[in-house]
Design a protein around this ligand. Structure first.
Ligand SMILES: [Cu+2]
Length: 168
């Protein structure tokens, strides 16, 4: 009995291993990692360690109302100018969807925080662009749209098998 449970567990782990690469496609980037969105942090250095892709999300975490998040254009970013029409976020945990490729510029709209370098400039890459260590794309003969349902089907079969073993 114990060995059957072990098998079921192994099957469940295998199912997870199959699922994980699919889920890893979209990343939530906690800006500044554990530091959050604060003064006296080098966001340019932080950005240099990350890759941002279409479908990812930026999460700005901070103690409100100490800071805010304003998205601006490149010129306003350079000059720390907050346009009158700017959409200023201030929830303390602001989520920004990276829904298109290209540059995005953000800074804190409180007092002189932008001048004190509380600003973030990123480049969003295409969703399908590969990281250097990522595996090669599937051959053209397997349409991308059919990969995910097939994986889901395989996982369902493995889970069903694991459940059957537990019942027996
Ligand atoms: Cu601030």
């Amino acid at each position: 009995m114990a060995s059957k449970q072990m098998l079921a567990l192994a099957a469940a782990i295998l199912a997870l291993a199959v699922l994980l690469p699919v889920r890893a496609a979209a990343t939530e980037h906690l800006v500044g990692d554990d530091n959050g969105w604060v003064l006296n942090f080098d966001y340019a250095a932080w950005v240099a360690t990350k890759q941002f892709r279409v479908g990812d999300t930026l999460v700005f975490k901070y103690k409100k109302p100490n800071h805010t998040v304003v998205e601006v254009g490149g010129a306003d970013f350079a000059n720390c100018t907050k346009p009158a029409t700017a959409n200023e976020l201030g929830s303390g945990e602001d989520r920004v969807a990276l829904d298109k490729e290209g540059r995005r510029w953000f800074f804190c709209g409180v007092k002189d925080h932008c001048q004190k370098n509380m600003k973030l400039k990123i480049t969003v890459l295409a969703a399908g662009a590969l990281a250097p260590e990522a595996p090669p794309p599937p051959p053209p003969s397997s349409p991308a749209g059919k990969v995910q349902p097939r994986v889901a089907h395989a996982v369902a079969a493995v889970i069903a098998g694991a459940a059957a073993m537990l019942v027996l």
